[in-house]
Design a protein around this ligand. Structure first.
Ligand SMILES: Nc1nc2c(ncn2[C@@H]2O[C@H](COP(=O)(O)OP(=O)(O)OP(=O)(O)O)[C@@H](O)[C@H]2O)c(=O)[nH]1
Ligand SMILES: [Mg+2]
Length: 503
């Protein structure tokens, strides 16, 4: 969907740049905001140390580039953006950027910081010819609450910098359990997010989901239940759009599955049941030397590292259930991993309103620069920013959505749920807003819009509706009118490259 506010925001950025032409420091900041409006949506992965951020990033990329060991690279903010040729550039705090050499090692991309330590590095920029980066930039951040205060501060500093030109437009927050430190972080992030609201641009991932049920074959079902409970938790509901269980390791491996791995797993699947069960009773047992299969100990260790015990058990079960090729296995594992569900959420909540999210994040930053450095002409630009916020419906929707989720309106629960969905709380597509299937036809949609319009006009005019909620009613009505005027609307496809499987 075209976002008229994007054009307006770019205009403000351009005019501001002209206004501060003689001030190099301010110009640099304004230019960075301008670039943020021009470039793809920026999504950061955040969370406590070892939550599985880099693994999930690799899964989303479909390639193993981000380091998941304990090296220095895990301690710096790293950007992944699309470029025609692979390049890795280190940006130090002091001195010019420099290229880093990398090599491939068993399907992984490996690079190191050379003589630099993480403390010397401002950020690393990875340019990669990955289709998954066509419409987004992914940002890997170091673990929060890591042993080193300094590393933790780097992540928190990046994610919570107030109105920074280099901040992310949206966040995927990974947590293994809901700890008080997770809540604190999400709250601190909300406090500095644009307009004091994080909700509209954050989703939580219940990560390493395969470990939740001790790698039992129904682990992901247990994880789904836990995720549901978290999603319904009042506090979290006000902080993130949803909570999705994802087994990132399984997803990464599925997207980079090799033929030799499939063949090894098939051998395990073909073992006699009692032998197989004994072998898979624990990770330790699986890694022990054994004469019960021809798979070497090093092969079994490699499988464990790539799949985890749960992944090996699941793969064996899928093959026994009839899966006959590595491509089918990759597909089956990917589906189970939860990655596809996360990608759908990213499509419906982030990509479908990418331009709006960029504007929502950047305008408060421009506003701040103009206020901090007033000069003749800055007042007019501030007024323009205010006008954009006041008149752009999509921005009002985001504000209404986060306020609704934070319990900011007193309306009956059923009406609130209805309102939340209509302003885009279940996804930005018309079908999601109307609570209809993606395949619903025009006539059905029209009928539903008419029905909802009548209902919401009634609520807006009812003397029983509290004054404070009338504004929300008008936003809801406007959203419905917009759906009516824009039909047939396009559903943003889940890009084929999002679910590319290894050949
Ligand atoms: N079983 C299992 N292990 C996982 C999963 N995701 C990550 N791991 C393992 O957990 C460890 C940490 O994973 P990373 O992806 O490096 O986590 P991180 O959050 O990036 O860690 P830091 O950057 O050091 O904070 C690695 O050994 C991964 O193999 C998962 O979904 N399942
Ligand atoms: Mg990491």
């Amino acid at each position: 969907m075209k976002e008229p506010a994007l054009v307006d925001a770019r205009n403000v950025a351009r005019r501001a740049l002209a206004l501060y032409e003689d001030d190099a420091a301010t110009s640099a900041v304004l230019e960075a905001y301008g670039q943020r409006l021009e470039g793809p949506l920026r999504i950061a992965l955040a969370g406590m140390v070892k939550a599985g951020k880099s693994t999930l990033l690799n899964a989303l990329l479909g390639e193993s580039i981000a380091a998941t060991d304990a090296g220095e690279c895990t301690r710096v903010v790293t950007w992944y953006r699309r470029s025609d040729t692979p390049t890795i550039t280190l940006h130090p705090h002091e001195g010019p950027p420099r290229s880093l050499r990398f090599r491939r090692d068993g399907g992984r991309v490996v690079f190191d910081l050379g003589s630099a330590t993480a403390a010397d590095v401002a950020w690393i920029d990875v340019g990669w010819p990955s289709e998954s980066l066509r419409s987004l930039v992914l940002i890997d951040t170091p673990g929060i609450a890591s042993l080193s205060q300094e590393v933790s501060a780097r992540a928190t500093g990046f994610l919570t910098q107030k109105s920074s030109a280099s901040a992310a437009d949206a966040v995927i927050y990974l947590m293994r359990h809901l700890r008080s430190s997770d809540r604190q972080f999400l709250e601190s992030f909300r406090d500095v997010a644009a307009g004091g609201s994080l909700t509209v641009n954050a989703v939580a991932v219940l990560s390493r989901a395969d470990e939740i049920g001790s790698a039992r074959i129904d682990s992901l079902l247990s994880a789904a239940k836990v995720a549901r409970r978290y999603a319904e938790d009042g506090d979290l509901h006000a902080l993130v759009l949803d909570v999705i269980p994802v087994a990132g390791l399984l997803a990464e491996t599925a997207r980079t599955l090799r033929e030799d791995e499939f063949l090894a797993l098939r051998q395990i699947a073909r073992l006699e049941r009692s032998v197989r069960e004994r072998m898979l009773v624990s990770a330790d047992r699986f890694a022990l030397p054994s004469s019960e299969s021809t798979l070497s100990q090093s092969t079994r260790r490699a499988l464990l590292a790539r799949f985890g015990l749960f992944g090996v058990r699941l793969a064996a079960a899928l093959i026994r259930g009839g899966i006959a090729t590595s491509t089918e296995l990759a597909e089956g594992l990917l589906q189970q991993s939860g990655l596809t569900a996360l990608q759908v959420l990213m499509r419906d909540h982030f990509r479908a309103r990418a331009d709006t999210l960029k504007v929502y994040g950047v305008l408060p930053g421009l506003d701040q620069v103009l206020r901090e450095r007033p000069r003749p002409g800055s007042e007019a630009l501030l007024a323009e920013i205010e006008r954009i916020f006041a008149t752009t419906h999509s921005l009002r929707e985001l504000a209404a959505l986060s306020r609704t989720r934070a319990g900011g309106y007193s309306l009956p629960a059923e009406q609130l749920a209805d309102a939340e969905r209509i302003v885009g709380g279940a996804g930005a597509s018309a079908a999601a807003r109307l609570s209809l299937d993606d395949t619903a036809d025009g006539a059905l949609m029209q009928h539903r819009v008419d029905e909802l319009l009548t209902r919401w006009r009634g609520i807006a005019e009812s003397p029983l509706t509290e004054r404070g909620a009338v504004g929300l009613c008008h936003t809801v009505i406007r959203s419905l009118e917009q759906i009516a005027s824009e039909r047939p609307r396009h559903v943003v496809p889940l890009m084929s490259h999002d679910i590319v499987l290894p050949g």
